[in-house]
Design a binder for this molecule. Structure first.
Ligand SMILES: [Cu+2]
Length: 256
């Protein structure tokens, strides 16, 4: 159990939002969902109406999402972001058990900047987490992933050298775009010996420098191969929404 009291209130940087724009899975590149890219093609500004209608028929491993943060932890959008169960074709990225999923985040850029209007991830404070949910058949298409189906496979939070959680360089999240010569993005290893099959991988960034804290979930469909008989125990499974509780005026956020 991890308890984190969000008493940090920052003004700068709270406006910029974003998500995962591409993955490298077992050495192969996968571009983000075109629904989300269409939003950028529209105008790059999530606060204005779309100019172009995104082509949601283009296959993507990634569920569609919006840049916006989720601030209500009971919202169904906590599962796989806004409208994240639609446009989920039967397209999965193969990855062997023990293989790597490398995710890359960007923030929405300024409307006056050039396409694709990306900026580096703008937030710094808070953990990054990754969960898997086993899909009930050999495809994750239309799987809503509600209830206790998620198990955590990785997380990062404060840097080993951090001494002050309010400092701008204390959290691994700060380095997502290669600051100080760090590798871009975040690598997660699929557990060795995991049972073969279709899974959703749910990455999440928590942005604690706002009140309420913001959640940025992104889901993608993967197909695990070369696995074994490993499966999570029932008590290791959690639900989104459901996993986070916000209690009291100090907004203590609780997660496992
Ligand atoms: Cu933001």
């Amino acid at each position: 159990m991890l308890y984190l009291t969000c008493v940090l209130i920052f003004i700068a940087g709270v406006m910029a939002h974003g998500g995962i724009v591409s993955y490298n899975i077992d050495g192969k590149e996968y571009i983000g969902n075109p629904y989300h890219l269409g939003e950028m093609i529209g105008n790059g500004n999530p606060y204005s109406p779309l100019i172009n209608t995104p082509d949601i028929t283009i296959p993507s491993i990634q569920r569609p999402y919006y840049w916006y943060p989720i601030e209500d932890y009971t919202s169904p959008n906590m599962t796989c972001n806004y409208n994240g169960i639609s446009n989920a074709p039967s397209f999965h990225a193969p990855v062997p058990a023990g293989g790597t999923v490398h995710a890359f985040w960007k923030s929405e850029g300024h409307p006056n900047s050039t396409f694709p209007y990306y900026m580096d991830w703008r937030h710094a404070h808070g953990p990054i987490l990754a969960y898997l949910a086993r899909c009930p058949s050999d495809s994750c298409a239309n799987f809503e992933a509600k209830g206790n189906v998620w198990f955590k496979i990785a997380q990062v939070g404060l840097e080993p050298t951090a001494t002050n959680m309010q400092a701008g360089d204390s959290w691994t999240q700060t380095y997502l775009n290669g600051w100080r010569d760090r590798e871009e993005g975040w690598r997660v290893q699929i557990p060795k010996g995991l049972k073969n099959g279709a899974y959703l991988i749910r990455h999440e960034i928590l942005m604690l420098a706002g009140n309420p804290a913001q959640s940025y979930p992104n889901c993608a469909q993967i197909m695990v191969t070369d696995g074994g008989d490993k499966q999570p125990k029932g008590e290791e499974l959690v639900a989104f929404p459901g996993e986070y509780k916000v209690t009291g005026k100090s907004r203590t956020m609780v997660w496992k």
